[in-house]
Structure formats: C-alpha cells, structure tokens
Design a protein around this ligand. Structure first.
Ligand SMILES: [Zn+2]
Ligand SMILES: [Zn+2]
Length: 125
C-alpha cells in the first residue's frame, strides 16, 4: 500500500545529507553527522574523560574555543577535568617509570649481593 505521509527527517547542518543520527554541539546546538563532526574536529569530552555521568560534553571547534555564555561554566569544568586527566596520565607514567627502575635496581642489588634468593631441592647448598 502506498500512502502519503509527513515524515520528519534529520539532515546534517554541514553536508546536508539525510542522517538517522546526528551529533549535537552543546554550545550552539549545531547538528552534524558523525563524519562531519570528525572532519571538523569536534571535541568530545565525554569519551575523552571516560565517564557518562555528566551527560554529553560535545562541542564544535568554534564553541570549544569560545563557549557561549549559558554553557561557559560547564565547558570550563569539562576543560578542568580534561586537564586533570592529562596530568594524572602523566603522573601515572612517571610513577610507573620510577617503579620500574626501582624493580631493576632491586634485581641488580640482589644479584650483586651474592645472596641466593631461591633454594632448589636438587642444589648442593
Ligand atoms: Zn555531515
Ligand atoms: Zn557549537
């Protein structure tokens, strides 16, 4: 059966293609498809920060640089979190490197101490 119906369809604000799903900028409300968001360099704080609790943190490059007033505070908080995340990552790596070098040093110290750290059943001593 053929019927005429009014259907609401979504179109990307950037490429104009019809899409089933669009990304929405939390600053200006611009709606683009995944490909356009990617090629325009939209900033996705939500997945960057690895949690969902605070909802979407997606911004187009314009709003990421210059967030409009209503979301400026939220955007600043996202930025703060993103910076913290980078800092934690850096500290984690530094701590890991330090721990690894201590492990190596312990191994060297044991080796040069001549102390047998393992006793085997079939050894003579
Ligand atoms: Zn598009
Ligand atoms: Zn925007």
């Amino acid at each position: 059966m053929k019927k005429q119906a009014t259907i609401t369809a979504m179109f990307c604000d950037e490429c104009g293609k019809r899409q089933g799903w669009l990304e929405r900028c939390m600053g200006c409300g611009k709606e683009v498809c995944y490909d356009c968001a990617k090629s325009e360099g939209w900033v996705d704080y939500k997945s960057q920060l690895g949690f969902q609790q605070t909802g979407d943190g997606l911004f187009c490059p314009t709003c990421d640089k210059n967030p409009p007033k209503p979301v400026a505070t939220i955007h600043a908080l996202y930025r703060q979190l993103a910076d913290l995340e980078v800092q934690m990552e850096r500290e984690y790596k530094a701590s890991r490197a330090a721990a690894e070098s201590i492990h190596k040093r312990i191994a060297r110290e044991w080796a040069s101490s001549g102390f047998k750290t393992h006793v085997y059943a079939d050894s003579d001593d």
